[in-house]
Design a protein around this ligand. Sequence first.
Ligand code: FES
Length: 341
Amino acid sequence: MSDTTVEFSPAAAALAEELLPAALEIIARYPEGRSRSALLPLLHLVQTEEGHVSPNGVAFCAEVLGINKAQVGAVATFYTMYKRRPTGEYLVSVCTNTLCNVLGGQEVYDELSEHLGVGHDETTADGRITLEHAECLAACDYAPVVTVNYDFAVDQATPETAIGLVDQLRNGERPAPTRGARLCSLKDMQLQLAGFADIRDGAVADGPAGAPTLRGVTLAQEHGVAVADFNPDTPITKTKPSPREENRGRVATVVDKVKGAVSSVTPGHAGKTTRAGDVKDPQTRTAEQRNPDASTPDKTGTADEKKPVPSNPAEAAGTASNQPAGDGKPAGDTARTEEAK
Ligand code: FES
């Protein structure tokens, strides 16, 4: 974990005052030396205050993690759930991906856009609604789908039902979603995404799967298609079950066959098999294959490479204690590389 006594730059100080205890709680969830993995929830935490990730939010994340702003920016600009400009109280996402599209998702989006007078990633003048078209929202069984702040809000949407929803939201109402958790503000949702429980009643969806989700099972039953021994009420296991006793021999035979096929068929690898017990990091193995006798120094991650220049003492202190490893990644990965040698 980064030094908790770090003095924040003026850019990060205001957020640090509000968010430092929660940020440290998030960072403490990660093993020593792996704190930069906390960046994703930290960016959500920043959005609980700002509603988006501003340059000040980037500075705060960089300084609390001891990484540089370029590294934070690379992540914050990669994922669409990190917003780069102020976002409305409700983020309304309309799926226009394949299945939703053929069932009318584009019409829903177009009419909503016209009704609100905003386009993709734009916010209404009253600051209530940000509209976006989204890729698959993982609810194709209910296509076309509209979510509000990432909660399912309108299933099998039509332009009318979607417009009805946003009108209620703009009037200050909290309409009941078709299914799922009750709607909250985008900033409330960011707290959940940062990994903190929302303790309000109805904040977490529960209940059995709906009819569209179970349609495949129902059809199979209607047509007498069944899988022997299948019990639909079997609880989902959290750990990988060991092979059943009667299958142990069969599994071993299949593994042997695959090994044989790989060693005899793979072009250029005839007779070569992967050594059992080879625990080298794949990057180390690749480097050895490229440069077997290490005669040419590997320049990756050396001083020859241009590094981003820290813009304040806190960031400089962080990067100084977070030297790049041989693979060009910051220090969190050094231990892994060393272990693999
Ligand atoms: S295509 Fe829209 S939810 Fe999957």
